[in-house]
Design a protein. Structure first.
Length: 296
């Protein structure tokens, strides 16, 4: 591993990545390797080392990029359906802090990416346990630029919230249940729980005793909801990865150590998955990764 430490690195053989970061003593610079254009300082006191990373995009602080840049960075072919998960994780792989909330791991930069990915989605899938722990809010897009871009893409309404629940035990006074929401349950959910939920939201009961995420995704796509975002938590993401129902995994790496008090990113998966890095965005105090799931 060799640190790229001075602008003289511009004379080095080009790497096969369109963007990179290099440091010069106490400054971090952004470098467009495709054009070897001018470099610009991003933040103080950070050193970045470049390894061989073909076909990977490494980009600077998201707040230093325009929203149009970020939208292009995270864009997918809308003619093709996609299931993308987005979560924030501590350095030791926990997706919630000691208080049980992911919000405690989040940063201003993370909230920007969070809103952006929601704005690109038709439906947001979340587990009932996360809804309870986080007191989930409606997926309303408030940033004006994102609202305009969403309208221009033909998405006039906010993404619909889809809650996965085995028990059907949800507080019907939750804010997220006061607007159009779909709750999906297996066939074993108690009838009294179903009856209570149907008074406030749409309930879809699957035909089997186990939750099939491919069946859920198919049901959503039949409704024209093809761009699907998954926001956790542990049990939901683990089950979807095990059923090979995730196409992309976007992870924010937050500079915290939580320990055993948090919830792990995944748990109890019988077989792992292989992923490839699509891009990396480096903010002053966190990293944003986007991985494609390529198989077992």
């Amino acid at each position: 591993m060799r640190p790229v430490s001075t602008p003289a690195a511009l004379r080095a053989p080009p790497l096969r990545i369109p963007h990179a970061l290099l440091s010069s003593r106490d400054r971090l610079y952004a470098l467009d390797l495709a054009t070897t254009a001018s470099i610009r300082p991003v933040c103080q006191g950070v050193s970045v080392y470049l390894l061989r990373a073909p076909e990977t995009t490494l980009i600077t602080d998201p707040l230093d990029l325009s929203l149009a840049d970020l939208q292009q960075l995270y864009a997918v072919d809308e003619a093709l359906p996609i299931v993308r998960a987005n979560l924030v994780t501590s350095l030791d792989g926990q997706i919630s802090a000691a208080d049980g909330r992911s919000e405690s791991l989040s940063t201003e930069d993370d909230r920007l990416i969070f809103a952006l990915l929601r704005s690109l989605s038709d439906a947001i899938i979340v587990g009932a346990q996360t809804v309870r722990a986080e007191q989930y809010k409606l997926p309303v897009i408030t940033r004006e630029e994102l609202v305009v871009a969403r309208d221009e893409s033909g998405r006039e309404k906010p993404p619909i919230l889809v809650i996965i629940s085995r028990s059907g035990q949800l507080d019907t006074t939750l804010e997220c249940l006061q607007q159009p929401t779909i709750v999906i349950t297996p066939s074993t959910t108690p009838p009294e729980a179903i009856a209570a939920l149907t008074k406030v939201v749409e309930v879809v009961q699957l035909t089997g005793e186990e939750i099939s995420f491919h069946q859920i995704i198919s049901l959503l796509r039949d409704r024209g909801l093809t761009q699907i975002l998954v926001e956790g938590g542990t049990a939901l993401l683990s089950a979807m990865l095990e059923q090979q129902a995730i196409d992309e995994l976007c992870l924010t790496l937050s500079p915290q150590l939580v320990g055993a008090q948090g919830q792990p990113l995944v748990d109890g998966i019988a077989a792992g998955s292989s992923l490839e890095l699509a891009h990396l965005v480096a903010a002053p105090n966190c990293l944003f990764t986007r991985y494609r799931v390529v198989g077992d």
